[in-house]
Design a protein. Structure first.
Length: 161
């Protein structure tokens, strides 16, 4: 069974499919103003302050790993269980200073089902200073607008099974 997601960060153009286990990330128009990307605790449910910490929380970290620890890996190269589930940049590389990103990665610790699933959470793209550049919810088809009236389709990642 293939698990797919549809992603369109800019809100313009067509959306494209992405296999979550083998993730194909294609981002454009980043204006060289981004650095990191993570899965966060909660979905985007508001059109105002939608990416704020009060709204979507911190990195998804169900195993309570301490990213301040000197043993926490800062760059790709360790096994995926050494990172927070949501720390995609540390696991798969920073997108710092890029206007466009086109990469593919495999993540063995990014579950779509069960209590540690990323579904029902959000993806955040951060600027170099840590502020949030863009955010979007992760959901299954048919659920992506349930709690967010008026949310544009372009800003929801859909998981298709």
């Amino acid at each position: 069974m293939s698990q797919m997601a549809t992603v369109n960060v800019s809100g313009a153009g067509s959306c494209r499919s992405v296999n979550i286990s083998l993730s194909d990330v294609n981002l454009t128009n980043l204006q060289s103003n981004v650095a990191f990307y993570h899965v966060h605790d909660f979905p985007v449910r508001s059109l105002t302050n939608r990416c704020s910490n009060d709204r979507i929380g911190d990195h998804w970290n169900p195993f309570s790993l301490n990213r301040s620890s000197p043993t926490y890996p800062r760059v790709p190269g360790s096994t995926h269980d050494m990172y927070e589930v949501g720390d995609l940049s540390a696991k798969h590389g920073s997108i710092a200073g890029k206007n466009m990103v086109d990469m593919t990665f495999t993540d063995f610790n990014l579950p779509l089902f069960g209590k540690n699933s990323i579904v029902g959470r959000s993806v955040v793209i951060h600027q170099p200073n840590g502020s949030r550049f863009a955010c979007m919810s992760i959901s299954y088809p048919g659920e992506h607008f349930k709690n967010t009236p008026g949310r544009p389709k372009c800003c929801t990642i859909l998981i298709c099974t």
